[in-house]
Design a protein around this ligand. Sequence first.
Ligand code: AMP
Ligand code: MG
Length: 416
Amino acid sequence: MDCFSTPNLLTVTQALQLLVDAMSPVKEIESISIADADKRIVAQDVVSPINVPQYDNSAMDGYALCDRGLSNCAQSQLLTQFKLVGESFAGRPFVGELAHGECIRIMTGAMIPVGTDAVIMQESTTVENQTVTIAKPVKLDANIRRAGEDIAQQQVVFTTGHRLNAIDIGLLASLGCSEVNVWRKLKIAILATGNELTYPGEPLAPGHIYETNSVVLQQLLMRFGAEVLSLGIIADDKAAIKEAFTQADAYADVVISSGGVSVGEADYTKTVLDEMGRTAFWKVAMKPGKPFAFGELPNSCFMGLPGNPVSASVTFHQLVLPALFRLAGATMPAPKTLTAITQTAIRKRPGRTDFQRGVWSVDASGQVIVTPLAAQGSGMLSSLSRANCFVVLAQDNNGHAAGDQVTISLFDDFLA
Ligand code: AMP
Ligand code: MG
């Protein structure tokens, strides 16, 4: 399906598919320090250059002992006394091999000498005159961490497309990697159209409101890991919008605007896009969410969000973010969904997929419950701020009674 010749009304799934399919992932690879790798996307499979752990080591403070009988399963002939011949500490290994009937004192993480059949924990031993007596027999290989048991040399640790987090970066460090190959960052330009918009900190003239959409987008895009150019507030004026689009297009992979996409009004977004590139306007059957503009500028893609703050944030989260993940070389993690019992009735008419804002928890009996917030207006950002999940109501759903089962989609790292 061509995104520029689609029917006017799309389901959420169709719109998402069109957007994601329209993205050609970035191709430029850069090698960066692991210290800068949070949220970056792996561009080549990372193969471990070493075994982790590198050498067989002890899982306990105790004694590494050699009893050849352990591997022969000759239970009746197992030794109970061993000659203490040395010690192995972390970073200061025992030099030499153990012979049958010998043992060394060993600490957790210290290297196991050749010839070791098992490690016995300190608490199960008594020591007298360089002789260690064990209270009960040990099993072959007991308390030994084998080389490569965590990660084997040449094992693929991260596949291409994996988005790195703090623990992953620690794992890279544990392999001795100081750098990692990642896809380059996306460059995103954002702007907010509207004559009524005012910057926070400035006095509010009659009929004006404070601008919130570009503020939210800037934060979400930082969480995503993009480089962001914010052009701020742009007046509902054709020349001003054209100038802003030109500047944004020169910088960005994706230009994201908010406002001015409702049909009929001062529709400069579409006019300018048509003059500079190509536009597809879609009505996506979702609530909140209104007409959604998608298009091409000479050097970038364009996505036009509705102006209402909840609509802008929800369409960005549901539609734009998955496309950005694709463009950046990754796949957005699927939302975590649960079945919950709604504590109140839910009003809904068939026709659109609803993403109602709700608060979920687990009650005393272990049941997942959800309370949809009373105020669901698409301009009320406080509902999105208070909520911790979406109550997702399918397009053809026509409401619920209190006590019904509903599907909730837990807020991810972007919304939580
Ligand atoms: P529009 O899509 O431009 O018709 O805007 C729809 C509603 O959202 C109007 O009430 C606008 O005032 C409001 N709105 C548009 N852009 C923003 C913005 N960046 N921040 C806050 N509210 C906005
Ligand atoms: Mg407007």
